[in-house]
Design a protein around this ligand. Structure first.
Ligand SMILES: Nc1ncnc2c1ncn2[C@@H]1O[C@H](COP(=O)(O)OP(=O)(O)OP(=O)(O)O)[C@@H](O)[C@H]1O
Ligand SMILES: [Mg+2]
Length: 454
């Protein structure tokens, strides 16, 4: 079922329900008010009657007096303590016979539904105790047809039913129109989405001139999503072109040395060995690069972590030992506490620390310091070197993929410009941060912030 029809049906059903409830309330209030008014009139009559009749009056005199108060279709009677009618005047005997007299000690008022030959009729019967010397001796009972109520009730009922039907019709027609107005922006969105699906080109929704409501918010979110998608596509394309560009150089070198070997054969063993050496080193470079591409792709998604509680000091000591053995460099670990634990993906955390140390080793010659510090909300890992440093204008770029400050030197050191991009991704995966402080010719300090709650 279309959403417009759904809205329409639901609102119409609701409006009918509201109308029915309100109409029932109106109808019963009308009944109550009408009966109350009639009751008041009857009680006033009763007061007049009680004033008029005297205790010593004969039955005939009383009858005569009561007759004056008869209205259309009513009865007035006096009932003794045994609930026996001792005097009665009426202009509708049928009514009077249908309702039994009853002796009461308190004023009461009852409504009866009397079945007559022409159908049912409403009757109001009010009983008032007659007192003599402080004692109730008889009851004055006045019965009256509720003519106004009968008439009014039917008219009111027809009006209310007609109003309910009219309300439902208006709601059905107006609801369709309203639902269409409300749903139009959604239909526009669906059209745009279908166009995107068909053409494969991202598009934006028009927001100008639209009221600031949830639908506009949805369109804004959609446009933002498209922007991100475009951004990601751009990044992906940029990555593919950068990666191809990076691969081109070593492949060209390999190809030209292989060509050389094919053309000249292995006449000069020394030259041939040289060529094989270059081919091997460039192939290794391609291999490292491919591994880094995979690392980058692997750290790009946000939820591929295997977090455990890690003893950071032991982990750092292991890394330092491993690197010292390989590079023969002085790396000093500083920490005040004896135990610092972090919750993180051990392999990835190790990878970040190695990326920072690898840079420090490549871009400095002096010793390297590592500081570990646990604070209230996070743990800081600081890697400090006293090397070439990074100029202020370059600092913002070093986290970009393939960015290298000095391309020639990086090539010498074997860098691909992906290390810090991977490190940044890993820190993002851990809801952490990575910050750089550096001065050209003085040194570089890179800080990792790992939040305790992640
Ligand atoms: N400690 C540092 N001292 C000086 N320059 C640095 C330091 N760390 C990074 N850089 C600069 O930032 C650039 C980017 O670093 P990144 O680690 O991303 O790439 P890379 O080291 O060149 O290559 P890769 O790490 O992929 O092997 C480096 O090329 C270098 O110019
Ligand atoms: Mg690096």
């Amino acid at each position: 079922m279309k959403i417009t029809n759904k809205i329409n049906l639901i609102t119409t059903a609701w409006i009918i329900f509201v109308l029915v409830v309100v109409n029932i309330a109106v109808f019963y209030s009308f009944l109550k008010v009408t009966v109350n008014v009639e009751e008041k009139v009857v009680l006033q009559n009763a007061d007049a009657i009680l004033e008029d009749i005297n205790n010593g009056d004969s039955n005939e005199v009383i009858k005569e007096k009561l007759s004056k108060y008869l209205t259309n279709g009513s009865f007035i009677r006096i009932i003794d303590r045994q609930s026996k009618i001792i005097n009665q005047v009426t202009n509708n005997k049928q009514f009077a016979n249908k309702i039994k007299g009853k002796f009461v000690t308190k004023t009461t008022s009852n409504r009866y539904l009397v079945r007559m030959a022409q159908g049912e009729e409403q009757m109001l019967v009010v009983s008032i105790p007659i007192e003599f010397n402080g004692q109730v001796i008889e009851t004055l009972e006045i019965g009256e047809r509720l003519v106004g109520l009968e008439l009014g009730k039917d008219v009111l009922l027809s009006i209310l039913v007609a109003c309910t039907i009219l309300g439902a019709l208006i709601s059905l027609i107006g609801g369709k129109w309203l639902a269409n107005i409300l749903i139009r922006p959604v239909s526009n969105m669906i059209d745009t989405m279908e166009e995107i699906e068909k053409s494969g080109i991202t598009k934006r929704m028009t927001i100008e001139g639209q009221p600031k409501d949830e639908l506009q918010k949805m369109a804004v979110t959609f446009n933002r999503m498209m922007d991100r998608l475009d951004d990601n596509i751009d990044k992906q394309q940029q990555f593919i072109s950068d990666a191809s560009h990076e691969l081109k150089t070593p492949i060209t070198v390999i190809k030209s040395y292989a060509d050389f070997l094919r053309r000249h054969g292995i006449q000069n063993e020394e030259v041939a060995l040289d060529a094989v050496g270059v081919i091997h080193s460039e192939a290794t470079r391609i291999q490292t690069m491919a591994e880094k591409f995979l690392d980058l792709a692997n750290t790009e998604s946000e939820n591929s972590l295997e977090k455990t509680t890690i003893d950071l000091i032991t982990l750092s000591k292991d890394i330092v030992k491993q690197l010292q053995r390989t590079y023969k460099r002085e790396i000093i670990l500083h920490h005040d506490e004896e135990l610092i634990t972090v919750i993180a993906d051990e392999l990835k955390l190790k990878q970040v620390i190695i990326i920072l140390l690898d840079n420090a080793i490549k871009y400095s010659k002096d010793r390297i310091d590592i500081y570990l510090e646990s604070r209230e909300n996070d743990t800081i890992i600081r890697v400090k070197d006293y090397g070439i440093g990074i100029s202020e204008s370059e600092i913002d770029n070093i986290f970009e993929r393939f960015y290298r400050v000095d391309k020639a030197r990086s090539r010498e050191t074997g860098g691909t410009g992906l290390g810090l991009a991977i490190a940044k991704n890993i820190m993002k995966q851990h809801d952490g941060e990575i910050k750089v402080k550096s001065k050209e010719g003085v040194g570089t300090e890179i800080e990792l912030f790992l939040p305790h709650k992640n």
